[in-house]
Write a protein that binds this ligand. Structure first.
Ligand SMILES: [Zn+2]
Length: 75
C-alpha cells in the first residue's frame, strides 16, 4: 500500500500516465481512500492541463495567472 509521501513523489508520473499496471492499481487504491491525495492529484492534473494550453512561445510564463486559472477551475 502506498503512503501519501509516495503518492506525492509519483505525482507527475501519475498524471503523465507513466506507471506500470501494478503501481497504477496501488495509486487507484490509495486515491479511493485518501481525499487529500485525490485533491492533490486533481490539482496537479489541472495545472498540467493549463500549462499545456499555453502557446509554446508565451515565455516568460506568468505563474500567477496560471495559479489563478487553476484555482478557478478547482472551485
Ligand atoms: Zn494519501
Amino acid at each position: 500500500m502506498l503512503t501519501c509521501k509516495e503518492m506525492s513523489e509519483l505525482g507527475s508520473d501519475i498524471i503523465d500516465d507513466h506507471l506500470g499496471l501494478r503501481t497504477r492499481m496501488d495509486v487507484f487504491m490509495h486515491l479511493g481512500m485518501c481525499p487529500r491525495c485525490r485533491r492533490y492529484i486533481k490539482q496537479l492534473r489541472l495545472t498540467s492541463q493549463v500549462l499545456q494550453q499555453l502557446p509554446p512561445d508565451s515565455a516568460p510564463v506568468d505563474a500567477q495567472a496560471i495559479l489563478d486559472k487553476v484555482r478557478r477551475h478547482s472551485e
